[in-house]
Design a protein around this ligand. Structure first.
Ligand code: URA
Length: 200
């Protein structure tokens, strides 16, 4: 296991960053992953979505949110006119996770794993320079906003990550288990859309 990449990442361009992620051995997850899951989407997307970590399907396919939670996410995105397919930046999303490697059995990320992986997400945000970040779930929220406040207390207003507005919402996997909260997630997406439109 090598030391965290931290400062070294802040000057990398897209291909360099992706190569560093693919070669990363900064935490124990490199031993169990099938592959790293870097992120996907338009490099000038107006929206950036941040999840937790790859699950089984993502670890197999190398792309974020391609399992059941991803299907729900795609449906929700479509409902506000967004897509992960090729489209103009205003309609496309860039999707990334806090962790680039799957925790075994989809266990929660541990603090050291989050800390070591955070510079990659930070660089992705710097490179995309999105107009808005949607932080999905507890681990995305904790990593971006450095707070342990519950999502229910953070929803409904705009926060900031390095100058980029952040809207907090539930993780799609949580919504699969708690479908009644889908209405709240819908409100969060609408808030995000309003913030983006107001800033345009
Ligand atoms: N859950 C996440 O947080 N990210 C994924 O990519 C898939 C499931």
């Amino acid at each position: 296991i090598q030391a965290a990449p931290a400062g070294a990442v802040s000057a990398l361009d897209w291909p360099e960053l992706q190569a560093v992620v693919e070669a990363c051995r900064a935490c124990g997850l490199c031993e169990s992953r099938r592959q790293t899951v870097f992120g996907v989407g338009h490099h000038q997307a107006h929206w950036m979505l941040v999840g937790e970590a790859p699950g089984e399907q993502e670890d197999l396919q190398g792309e974020p949110f391609v399992g059941k939670a991803g299907q729900l996410l795609d449906n929700m995105l479509r409902a506000v006119g967004l897509t992960r397919e090729q489209a103009e930046p205003a309609r496309q999303v860039y999707i990334a996770n806090v962790l680039k490697c799957r925790p075994p059995g989809n266990r929660n990320p541990d603090p050291q794993e989050v800390q070591r992986c955070e510079p990659f997400l930070q660089r992705q945000v710097e490179l995309v320079r999105p107009r808005l970040i949607l932080a999905m779930g507890r681990f995305a929220v904790q990593s971006l906003l450095k707070t342990s406040e519950p999502i229910g207390r953070l929803r409904g207003k705009s926060h900031h990550y390095h100058g980029v507005p952040v809207v907090v919402t539930y993780h799609p996997a949580y919504l699969l288990r708690n479908p009644l909260d889908k209405a709240r997630a819908w409100e969060d997406l609408c808030l995000a859309r309003e913030l983006i439109q107001a800033a345009a």
